[in-house]
Ligand binder design. Structure first.
Ligand SMILES: [Ca+2]
Ligand SMILES: [Ca+2]
Length: 514
């Protein structure tokens, strides 16, 4: 009986294994149709992300503040846009509007809902194939976190060594009541592992690791932090092999964060963001964009040949792309559209900052006093999403007028030439073409000259193989493209200024293009 049971168990495990790591079925049709679901399972870290500031996205209970149920009730929208994963900015209780000083890692900010609401969001998103990644803010806690309240009470507190003391003062990397945790203390590391386990058990896919370069302040922080992150990552992979850590190392030179690929599954590519702003936005040495990016990818490849990049062109700590000087002239929409197509054709998991798909504006104030709100800094980089209908509109932050001319979602949906439709179409094209969606190949096109900036992307898995040539015109003058190809996936050979052409090419002839 016992033998039969263990035999059944083995069968169950094997079928279970095949169910999660399903092999692509051999196509009967001579022109193979690619099943994106299978490749998505094989490449669990390749997604198209949508970054949400919960407070500003969608309000479900009419208190003017965005909340988790607001996201759940708008999954239709996220599905329409085509994204496959969400990064939620901090959702834990916190005394600040932004949430980056946590007071309880095991609960939800009362403005945003309850743990039950969060579990419901995870489940409803999963039903639509959308994963959830949360911000993990562990460099510091709020000075109101019970650990710190106890620690500051005296040296005999059991939590005293959770923090870093200097002449009786707790060390802070950031201002605003954020006290750095002490990662020399094994108990703190164990606390973080417990927090990660808690959210993975709830069903989150992984974590955006906030302030990764600040975790350990030492003479060799890159090395120390990469290995600390590796320790966290090895822990979560024991029970959740597909789970994901993307590290935030806020540096614009790729040399400063390439080594973070040692311990992280992915790292945000601030260099790429800056290249897009300067080369496409400001048109500054635009003929270097592909060769520059290739250098960055080669640096990542040296650290991890299977690196998964996390490109983006906007986030909550930056002025909105549409508010940058290079993207504000009469050709703003053309340039923003090209920046979008660029983001969605490079390797990795692109991150779209909520509202960027509408071309929303927003920038930093240096402590201005806004009537009806108070002193502001980064708030207007994180403004209410513009739905164009009242139902889910948030109103926690008064308008500063910066988005008076920004078209709402309702209006942009109906307009074929809108930025929203550029995002939607490009996300779909990315997902339909494995060479764009998966792998990290990036081979500069040998015909690159001046404004013509192209690259070949290639992906192969078993009998699935695809090569595409992506050609971006990063200048305003039109050009005619004359190159061999198999099919046109996007655009026309008559490549207009700030236009994009994507061609499927013969994978056996890549060398002729690179
Ligand atoms: Ca609300
Ligand atoms: Ca620190």
């Amino acid at each position: 009986m016992r033998r039969i049971l263990s035999f059944l168990l083995i069968i169950a495990l094997l079928t279970g294994m095949f169910a999660c790591k399903s092999e692509p079925t051999v196509p009967v049709d001579p022109t193979p149709t690619i099943d994106p679901i299978d490749l998505a399972l094989i490449n669990p870290h390749n997604d198209v992300y949508y970054q949400i500031f919960v407070r500003s996205f969608a309000d479900s209970n009419d208190d003017g503040i965005g909340d988790l149920n607001g996201i759940t009730e708008n999954l239709d929208y996220l599905e329409e846009l085509g994204i496959t994963a969400l990064w939620l900015l901090p959702i834990n209780p916190s005394p600040s509007y932004h949430g980056y000083n946590v007071t309880d890692y095991y609960d939800i900010h009362p403005d945003y809902g309850t743990l039950e609401d969060f579990e419901n969001l995870i489940d409803e998103a999963a039903n639509r194939g959308i994963k959830i990644v949360i911000d993990l803010v562990i460099n510091h806690t709020s000075d109101q976190h019970p650990w710190f309240v106890s620690a500051k009470s005296g040296t005999s507190s059991p939590y005293r060594d959770y923090y870093i003391w200097n002449n009786g003062n707790a060390f802070e990397s950031f201002v605003g009541g954020m006290k750095d945790l002490n990662f020399e203390n094994e108990a703190v590391i164990e606390e973080v592992k417990d927090i990660m386990d808690f959210y993975l058990e709830l069903g989150v896919h992984g974590f955006r690791l906030d302030a990764a370069k600040h975790l350990i302040e030492s003479i060799n922080p890159t090395w120390d932090n990469s290995f600390l992150i590796l320790q966290f990552n090895m822990h979560i992979k024991e029970n959740y092999p597909d789970s994901f850590i993307v590290s935030e190392v806020f540096e614009y030179m790729y040399q400063f964060y390439a080594d973070y690929f040692i311990g992280s599954d992915s790292v945000f590519n601030f260099y790429l963001a800056q290249q897009v702003w300067s080369k496409i936005g400001q048109q500054s040495s635009n003929y270097l964009i592909v060769s520059n990016l290739n250098k960055a990818y080669n640096a990542f490849r040296e650290v991890d040949p299977e690196f998964v990049d996390s490109p983006f062109i906007g986030n909550h700590d930056l002025d909105r792309v549409a508010s940058m000087q290079g993207f504000m002239g009469s050709d703003a929409l053309d340039k923003l559209s090209l920046a979008t197509r660029f983001l969605l054709t490079v390797p990795g998991s692109p991150f779209v900052y909520y509202g960027d798909e509408l071309g929303m504006k927003g920038y930093r104030y240096e402590g201005a006093n806004i009537p009806g709100y108070g002193i502001v800094y980064d708030e207007y980089r994180r403004q209410p999403f513009i739905w164009g209908e009242a139902e889910y509109q948030t109103s926690w932050l008064p308008s500063d007028g910066s988005n008076d001319a920004t078209q709402s979602l309702v209006d942009q949906r109906e307009d074929e030439t809108s930025l929203f439709n550029v995002y939607k179409e490009m996300i779909q094209i990315r997902k339909e073409n494995p060479a764009l969606m998966y792998g990290n190949s990036f081979m500069p096109y040998s015909g690159n000259q001046g404004n013509l900036q192209g690259f070949v992307r290639y992906y192969q898995y078993e009998d699935i193989e695809q090569a595409v040539l992506v050609l971006h015109n990063v200048g305003s003058s039109p050009m005619i493209i004359d190159v061999a190809y198999e099919s046109i996936l996007y655009g026309t050979l008559d490549l207009k200024g700030f236009g994009t052409l994507i061609l499927e090419i013969n994978p056996d002839e890549i060398e002729a293009y690179t």
